[in-house]
Design a protein. Structure first.
Lengths: 291, 335, 400
């Protein structure tokens, strides 16, 4: 029977993994819920964040500065992309969105290969994060604790913004009832672009801090897009709470599954998704307009 | 001068629409010409035709019935493995193997469809993704059956009708694929023009109303899903027979993604969209991959983006867009 | 009938290969991954070949005294699987009229072309694929890279000799991983050691935290890993250093995971890791020094040679030599006959081809990761000379 310290490790592993998924996917759930955009390109913003952090840390820049830039640049790129490429998509339907966002992923993947090469591109974390830390009853990787802390801070900040601020209120209104939101005169364009920028910035940050688990490489965007979509859909599109719960659940299921059923680990996640979606087709915590 | 309506209906002009018929014959003429002109590159043509068939099967569910799936590679792969495993353990006869593949794939479509077709939208999408991923993982692990990562080894395909061998030159494979594609095309065309096909159109646009007028929506969707799976399985069998090999990538998410891209690129709900999409995608990829490794990704990606932004209905729309442009130019000149 | 014409053409092709094309340019078709998860291999092939041609020139004098230019035609497998490889091979053979095929970074790719090269009797020089049984699939396959069993058996022997008795294995869930797990555990238990746990990780796994936990719980003397090159290797080694396994006294044993081009991703905790490999980047053979210098000159200081570079270099050398002796239009069988008796002049050290199996026989080096001049490198600590592939020794051919 696994000991308490061991069980704690598994849970912490699952939660830290889930935090990475949450940070990257929360932007996607908001844009999918708000703009009803099937955005398969979201992973590319995370990838860009990872690569930028990799480049800066490998060339000696301060780690936290690298994280900042790794968030800002994808955010800006996201804003530009939203205004030029994605905005025409809102009225074009799902298929067009799928096609364009896949095309976007191809272009970004090629660009990243051309600039950084085909090899995995690691982020150099500061020394204190690459060593195990003594947390009392055992040692545990400092990096994972860092992820949990960062994730919790971001979740708290987002919670405050979404539940407590005017922007958040507008966002929730627009997700719950887009037509009414427009009718009361909200500037939907600005809202959409702003949300998209923030979502991409968060994805970039997630890609950068999460680089120890999901390493930046050219196939990153295509490889992990399924994971992010799963978090969003299982959680419920547009639901911030849902994406948090789904990310935690999937992180823990994946980790626990790997421990107990290493052979079936790959099946386990997808089987879990299958069951969860059949049980709750709208997602675990869907926003009001869908529930 | 007014015409006074008489009781008689005006006569329909007798005779065949030669222009229309010629238009429909174009892809087949091209295929036949290619056979003679590109005798050293037949495998490429065969590959394109297999993907046309695959994309066409997707069109039936995606374009006509509005079922948005990212798991269609499951049926392609199941058909390919069924044909391959059949040839190793039972008989190398290609026609028998092909039929087995169709039946197995159709069964897979029937069972999975029955489990998930009550859901819609992104939920359904995720479920199809989960299904194809589980099947992929199983094939990876079941090395004894599928060869796993190495692919199915030891396939021996007997000559077609005992006479025409499947070899490096690919003549048999090409003609065999072309004929199968033609047959399925005729069937698909018949299907979409039938009352059943029309009802699918209605279901795509407004399922609630279709239910209201008494259409058994779920059963119709299940039927077209199964048929589409059968056709995808047929394309898989063709792939197995023509390359005498089956690899894990036939079941991969990437394969599902590519066939979806090909179909949307060419244009959905036209059946011919599959033709245009596959030809353009593979030609561009082939040509650009030779220039530089990752160059093709930029070109293909850019092509997809441009198509979505400028051509509503995919590349098939090029004709319409070009004609409108031409008419507008002509009008502005005479104005 | 077209089929009959096709058969006649096949025979004609093999008998008088190249009669239609001018004898000046000799094309060699190279199929590998240049994009996608395994893009490292194709890139290494191409860079090493260009380095070789920069030193030795692009032409070779044939037995008739005429100059022949060796031209590589590269084709990207676009991560599309073995059926794409088959299609590319057919195009190279029929359209580009190549004299030989080369490359093949993944075993399924090589296996897929067996039946077509048999039909046209085309030599295939395998430069990376490592599944043991490949060279049995066609009499036209020559391998200059390595086999997995060849790599892992000496490591198991060394581990036992150095006092390790309990080992936990984490290998990747695909064919090479099965080979590695199989042969390592067989050899180790035969000598008297114990495999106390074995896990198979998904092929592209990068999240090894849980696996490390299991290892910590099992308390082995050493952890044996086998992961594909790229992010899985890097992630596992990082997890080892991050989770305190080193502090717990668990040694790390591996095969190719500490290749020099991946070292940048690790911190100093990787020092002391023992790997067995057929090529150590820091070896001082003159050819290796030359290879490194040329690569640096052509591609910059960050370019490090690796196993695929060496194999491509040696493969090209073999091709040059066979054209020099036999000319560009010899029969496929003659080329194979020449190559299989060849001794390689390789940057890796002594190596030759086994005439019966057409497979590589070479030294295996046991190396330890150390820090030299501020860089993490592999340093040889032992050599096992001229290892023949163990799988072949266990499974002798049924008929020649």
């Amino acid at each position: 029977m696994p000991s308490l310290s061991f069980a704690a490790t598994i849970i912490l592993d699952g939660i830290s993994y889930g935090m990475v998924l949450f940070i990257i996917s929360v932007g996607l759930t908001v844009t999918m819920g708000l703009m009803r955009l099937v955005n398969l390109a979201h992973g590319s913003f995370a990838m860009i964040g990872g690569y930028i952090a990799g480049y800066l840390t490998q060339n000696g820049y301060n780690f936290y500065l690298a994280l900042l830039i790794a968030s800002i640049v994808p955010g800006i790129l996201g804003g530009l992309a939203e205004v030029t490429l994605f905005r025409p998509l809102y009225r074009k339907g799902e298929l067009a969105q799928v096609l364009l966002t896949i095309g976007f992923v191809f272009v970004v993947t090629a660009a990243v290969t051309g600039i950084f090469g085909a090899f995995p591109y690691p982020v150099k974390f500061p020394d204190y994060l690459t060593r195990p830390l003594d947390i009392g009853f055992r040692t545990y990787p400092g990096y994972r604790l860092f992820l949990i802390v960062v994730g919790a801070i971001i979740a708290a900040v987002l919670w405050y913004v979404i539940e407590g601020s005017l922007f958040g209120a507008r966002l929730r209104a627009a997700v719950d009832n887009p037509r009414m939101a427009r009718a009361v005169g909200m500037n939907v364009n600005v809202l959409f672009t702003g949300t998209f920028v923030i979502g991409c910035a968060l994805a970039g940050l997630g890609g950068a801090v999460g680089a120890g688990i999901l390493s930046p490489e050219p196939s990153y965007a295509l490889k992990y897009v399924v994971l992010f979509l799963v978090v969003v859909i299982v959680g419920g599109e547009g639901s911030f709470k849902g994406s948090f719960v789904a990310a935690m659940a999937l992180g823990v299921i994946d980790t626990v599954g790997k421990y107990f059923f290493t052979e079936a680990a790959a099946y386990l996640l997808y089987a879990a998704v299958f069951v969860l979606l059949l049980w709750r087709p709208q997602g675990l915590l869907p926003p009001k307009s869908v529930a | 001068m007014t015409t006074i309506p008489t009781g008689k209906t005006p006569a329909v002009p007798a005779g065949i629409n030669w222009l229309g018929l010629a238009g429909h014959a174009v892809p087949w003429v091209i295929a036949i010409v290619y056979y003679f002109m590109a005798a050293d590159y037949l495998t490429f043509g065969t590959q394109i035709m297999i993907w046309i068939l695959f994309a066409m099967s997707l069109d039936l569910v995606l374009g006509y019935a509005g079922i948005v799936t990212l798991g269609h590679a499951a049926f392609f792969g199941i058909g390919a493995y069924a044909a391959g495993i059949f040839s190793i353990h039972v008989s190398g006869d290609p026609i028998l193997g092909h039929l087995v593949a169709i039946v197995v794939a159709a069964l897979a479509g029937l069972i999975t469809g029955a489990m998930i077709l009550h859901t819609t939208g992104v939920t359904f999408l995720m479920l199809t993704l989960a299904i194809v991923s589980v099947i992929f993982e199983y094939a990876n692990q079941a090395k004894w059956l599928t060869g796993g990562d190495d692919g199915l080894q030891g396939m021996v395909i007997n000559p077609l009708f005992g006479v025409y061998p499947f070899n490096i030159f690919g003549n048999t494979a090409y003609i065999y694929t072309m004929v199968v594609l033609f047959v399925w095309f005729l069937i698909a065309r018949r299907l979409v023009r039938s009352p059943f096909g029309r009802s699918l159109d209605g279901i795509r646009q407004n399922p609630r109303r279709m239910r209201a007028i008494g259409t058994p929506v779920w059963w119709r969707l299940l039927a077209i899903y199964t048929i589409s799976a059968a056709i995808a399985g047929s394309a898989g069998a063709l792939s197995a027979h023509s390359t005498r090999f089956v690899g894990l990538d036939t079941l991969s998410l990437l394969t599902s993604g590519i066939v979806t891209v090909i179909l949307i690129l060419g244009g959905t709900r036209r059946l011919y969209g599959a033709f245009v999409g596959a030809v353009v995608y593979f030609y561009v990829q082939d040509w650009t991959a030779k220039i530089s490794p990752y160059f093709w990704e930029i070109i293909v990606g850019g092509m997809l983006i441009a198509t979505v932004l400028f051509l509503e209905g995919g590349l098939m729309d090029l004709g319409r867009v070009a004609r409108n442009l031409f008419l507008r130019l002509r009008r502005s000149r005479t104005a | 009938m077209r089929w009959f014409a096709g058969a006649v053409a096949a025979v004609a092709l093999s008998l008088s290969a190249g009669a239609a094309s001018a004898a000046e340019v000799v094309k060699i078709g190279l199929i590998a991954d240049f994009t996608g998860a395994f893009a490292v291999w194709g890139t290494q092939f191409q860079h090493a070949i260009e380095a070789y041609q920069a030193i030795h020139g692009k032409t070779v004098k044939g037995p008739d005294g005429k100059d022949y230019e060796i031209q590589y035609v590269y084709r990207d497998n676009v991560s599309a699987g073995p059926d794409k490889t088959k299609q590319l091979a057919e195009e190279l053979i029929l359209r580009e009229k190549v004299k030989m095929l080369a490359g093949f970074d993944l075993s399924p790719h090589a296996m897929a072309v067996a039946d077509i090269v048999n039909q046209v009797k085309m030599p295939v020089i395998i430069m990376n694929a490592a599944t043991a049984s490949i060279t049995r699939n066609s009499p036209y396959f020559i391998r200059v890279s390595m086999t997995i069993p060849q790599n892992v058996v000496p490591l198991a022997q060394w581990a036992y000799k150095s006092g390790i008795r309990r080992i936990y294995m984490i290998t990747s869930d695909y064919a090479p991983g099965y080979d590695a797990a199989n042969f390592f555990s067989k050899e180790f238990t035969k000598l008297g050691g114990q495999i106390i746990g074995a896990d198979k990780s998904p092929q592209q796994e990068t999240n090894f935290g849980v696996y490390m936990e299991k290892v910590l719980q099992a308390k082995p003397d050493a952890l044996y890993m086998f992961q594909p090159a790229g992010s899985p290797s890097v992630s596992l080694v990082k997890a080892y250093t991050e989770r305190g396994l080193k502090q717990a006294g668990i040694k790390l044993l591996g095969t190719g995971e500490t290749e020099e081009f991946q070292m940048d991703a690790f911190n100093d905790d990787v020092i002391g890791t023992i790997t067995s490999f057929h090529y150590t980047e820091t070896n001082k053979t003159p050819l290796n020094v030359q290879l490194r210098a040329t690569l640096t000159k052509l591609y910059g200081p960050k370019e490090t040679p690796d196993i695929a570079s060496v194999a491509a270099w040696d493969g090209t050398d073999l091709i040059y030599r066979s054209i020099a002796v036999l000319g560009p239009n010899a029969d496929g069988d003659k080329y194979i006959d020449f190559m299989r008796h060849a001794k390689l002049n390789s940057p890796r050290g002594p190596a030759e081809i086994d005439p019966v199996e057409r497979d590589i026989v070479q030294n295996m080096y046991i190396r330890r990761v150390e820090k030299r001049d501020g860089k993490l490198v592999n340093i040889d600590i032992d050599t096992v000379p001229m290892v023949k592939d163990p799988w072949k020794l266990e499974n002798p051919p049924k008929s020649n």
